[in-house]
Design a protein around this ligand. Structure first.
Ligand code: F6P
Length: 544
């Protein structure tokens, strides 16, 4: 269904001018209950969405839009294992990876859960052996360092989670290599002892050039140290992939391979064997907690009424700004430092899923879809990009994310952190009027022309929207719930926009051209097939 043809879309369009311009200050003034009415929670995550340019009518129409676009039916189809990724004819079942209990999930009449449990147990056994020192390198020494080589979904999820939970990591040191720029792998390997280093080569397809290039370099580094002894490879290389053939062809023993399935999208894969670095860092028990948090959010998404459903609320609020109030981007501002890779992770999750210009059936879209997702930890952002959020000309909604507790937190630091987070959303919402600025400057002894000239620069228009998500704690359970919340938010938006959120054809053309250009750079093909600019760049790089 084209969402723009629904009555709810028409209603929202007609409300946009008015509801969008009524200042939130007024909304808070006239409704003392606003902060409690527009707040809800699930799985230890409190969502305050009161600082949005909405009223009851707007919210009602946004939820009606989700109803009319059959979000519930689409969700149920995904949960039931239907081939929801229609352009690749695949089910979309990351929810099966975190399913608790002994229920079944069917794909083409086959229960996928026994396979899920079996691989997870193999991963847990392996992680336990590495953590306990039972897994030995080629000289009989224990593993002190693990290097994950992967990119995109085979890097960002495990990297983000390992960073987020670092305060509770008690396994070997983790390192992540994704960029084919050798500076990264050379830097990562510097100081590591090959006899004590384990490599995880993570690639769903096992065809990704960046990952394979880095994996070959790592392999040579180990072989050089092991005096060319190929037998050393089996003690130091494991693979996580869906492609057994390519893993074997690369020279990794299939016994050292942990598999997953085509119904797990790369950016949704941290719950699968792709999470092996996480299991090694925090242990299987804590990984189980991560899964449990995600499962509880899956159940919340599946069962809660839309008006209290966190993923649905985040999704429709996003749609309000993107489709009706002209926002083109969305900031993710986590306040906890260890969540510093969350914006990058969500960038792939959201933009690779909903950065699409055609509907599921291939029809060209004439409305806005996925916004640009960006951000950095909020507290640092306050000293960098927040100026634009407060006084720039674009409307940019912000998600503030703060965990109230984390292992090892110093109370006075946490106070400053929380105060800053709450102050920013308050400032964005209320702003500062010219009269307030005048009174303030007057009180400081300023007057006349100087005062009047200073005013425009110090005025904050306010009325800038944000959500605040408070996590009871930054631990595996709440992190699992938070990630699942965003996965489902992306799903709901894709469902309303009519997209297939689970393919990524947009990354293919660049990959194709890169392999041709690499042949030109290597001198085995000529450059005439490329445009003049590309030819000139190639020429410059080969002559310098
Ligand atoms: O190029 C994009 C992409 O296909 C992502 O979707 C994926 O997460 C990443 O590359 C890595 O792919 P693979 O895990 O197959 O190496």
């Amino acid at each position: 269904m084209n969402p723009t043809l629904t009555p709810a879309w028409q209603t929202l369009s007609s409300m946009a001018a008015d509801a969008g311009s009524t200042h939130m200050r007024e909304l808070f003034q006239v409704d003392p209950q606003r902060a409690t009415r527009y707040a809800t929670q699930a799985c230890g995550i409190h969502l305050d969405y009161s600082k949005n340019r909405i009223n009851d009518e707007v919210l009602k129409a946004l939820l009606a839009l989700a109803e009319t676009c059959q979000v519930a039916a689409q969700r149920d189809a995904m949960y039931a294992g239907a081939p929801f990724n229609n352009t690749e004819g695949r089910a979309v079942l990351h929810i099966a990876l975190r399913r608790q209990g002994d229920g079944s999930v069917l794909v083409d009449g086959q229960d996928v859960m026994p396979g899920v449990r079996e691989v997870r147990q193999r991963c847990y056994d392996f992680a336990t052996r590495v953590r306990s020192g039972a897994w030995l390198g080629y000289t009989g020494l224990t593993i002190t360092d693990v290097v994950n080589i992967g990119i995109g979904g085979s890097d960002l999820g495990p990297l983000m989670v390992c960073e987020a939970l670092k305060p509770q990591a008690d396994g070997p040191r983790l390192h992540f290599v994704s960029n084919v720029d050798s500076a990264q792998i050379v830097g990562a390997l510097k100081g590591l002892d090959p006899a004590r280093t384990l490599f995880i080569i993570a690639s769903k397809t096992f065809t990704t050039i960046e990952t394979l290039t880095n994996a070959r370099t790592a392999r040579q580094w180990l072989l050089d140290a092991a005096g060319g002894d190929e037998a050393a490879i089996a003690r130091h290389f494991v693979a996580v992939s869906t492609n057994r053939e390519k893993v074997t062809a690369f020279g990794i023993d299939p016994d050292n391979m942990f598999g997953f399935w085509d119904w797990v999208g790369g950016r949704y894969s941290l719950w699968s064997a792709i999470g092996l670095p996480i299991m090694i860092a925090i242990g299987p028990q804590a990984f189980d907690e991560l899964l449990r948090g995600a499962y509880d959010m899956d159940e919340h998404f599946r069962t809660a009424p839309f008006a209290q459903n966190l993923p649905v609320l985040l999704a429709v609020l996003g749609i309000w700004y993107v489709n009706f109030l002209g926002a083109r981007s969305q900031v993710i501002a986590p306040y906890n430092q260890t969540l510093h890779r969350l914006p990058a992770f969500l960038q792939q999750l959201d933009m690779e899923s909903n950065g699409k210009g055609v509907r599921r059936e291939g029809e060209r879209i004439a409305y806005s879809t996925g916004p640009v997702i960006w951000g950095e930890p909020g507290i640092n952002g306050q000293h960098a990009y927040f100026q634009l959020l407060h006084q720039g000309t674009a409307l940019i909604p912000v998600d503030f994310i703060l965990a109230l507790r984390q292992r090892g937190t110093l109370p006075n630091h946490q106070r400053t952190l929380a105060a800053s987070c709450f102050a920013q959303s308050a400032a964005l919402m209320r702003g500062k009027t010219a009269d307030e600025v005048r009174a303030e400057l007057n009180a400081r002894g300023m007057s006349g022309d100087a005062l009047e000239a200073a005013i425009p620069h110090r005025v904050f228009s306010g009325n800038r929207p944000s959500n605040t998500l408070l996590l009871e704690a930054l631990d595996p359970y709440h992190l699992g719930a938070l990630v699942a919340l965003y996965e489902h938010k992306v799903f709901v938006q894709g469902a309303i926009w009519g997209l297939n959120s689970f393919d990524q054809w947009g990354v293919e053309l660049g990959k194709q051209l890169a392999s041709g250009i690499e042949a030109v750079l290597a001198g085995t093909a000529d450059a005439s097939a490329y445009d003049a600019s590309t030819q000139a760049l190639i020429a410059r790089s080969t002559t310098s």
